[in-house]
Design a protein around this ligand. Structure first.
Ligand SMILES: Cc1cc2nc3c(=O)[nH]c(=O)nc-3n(C[C@H](O)[C@H](O)[C@H](O)COP(=O)(O)O)c2cc1C
Length: 180
């Protein structure tokens, strides 16, 4: 299965989940930030898995990313939000239409009370011609921000859950689109 995982991540937790999903999808599955995921890197992908953190019950916006780099989180020495890659929301706005399979995930503290990030990603991808092959998935982080270690906030078992979901997506994709 030619799959690609694309993510936005400010502190590395969504990135760690993206890597675990890719490991479950299969060896050599590319894991790309939104700035690495150029149209040519996606050209041969038959499955796109995209993920982002939940911010304010939805996809991160310029406003939430700015607040993430500013006050509360900035108070912790060594803890810097990485906003060097574009927001998933902006990346989706530049994505050309494509007929490929897709799935989406998010990281958050307690899951969305609003639409969430993953549902917004799926809505945008299906509007562009993608076909969702599974329900959006949420991976949980702790409400503690005093660490700059990647994945430090993930609750126990989340990376294992992500890897298992990646394997499930690989099987579901093969069933839907047998290899040429
Ligand atoms: C500005 C801001 C708003 C947030 N809003 C929510 C929210 O509405 N619901 C939630 O569960 N988590 C919320 N969070 C927590 C993020 O989901 C958490 O920081 C993220 O999963 C960490 O992933 P990352 O390390 O990949 O950036 C918010 C975080 C920030 C910085």
């Amino acid at each position: 299965m030619d799959a690609v995982v694309v993510y936005e991540s400010l502190w590395g937790n969504t990135a760690a989940i993206a890597r675990a999903i890719a490991a479950g999808l299969g060896p050599q599955t590319p894991v790309l930030t939104t700035d690495e995921a150029t149209p040519d890197r996606l050209a041969h992908a038959r499955l796109l898995v995209a993920g982002a953190p939940v911010h304010a019950m939805g996809l991160p916006s310029d406003t939430t990313r700015a607040s993430a780099t500013a006050k509360v989180y900035g108070a912790h020495p060594g803890l810097h939000a990485d906003v060097s890659h574009p927001a998933m929301r902006a990346w989706l706005d530049t994505l050309p239409p494509a007929e490929r399979l897709c799935a989406a995930f998010e990281t958050g503290i307690r899951g969305p009370l609003g639409r969430g990030a993953a549902r917004a990603i799926v809505a945008r991808l299906t509007a562009l011609g993608h076909e969702a092959i599974d329900e959006p998935q949420t991976f949980t982080v702790a409400l503690v921000t005093g660490s700059s270690e990647p994945a430090a906030l993930l609750l126990g078992g989340q990376e294992q859950k992500a890897r298992a979901w990646g394997a499930h997506l690989a099987a579901a994709s093969q069933a839907r689109l047998p290899a040429p």
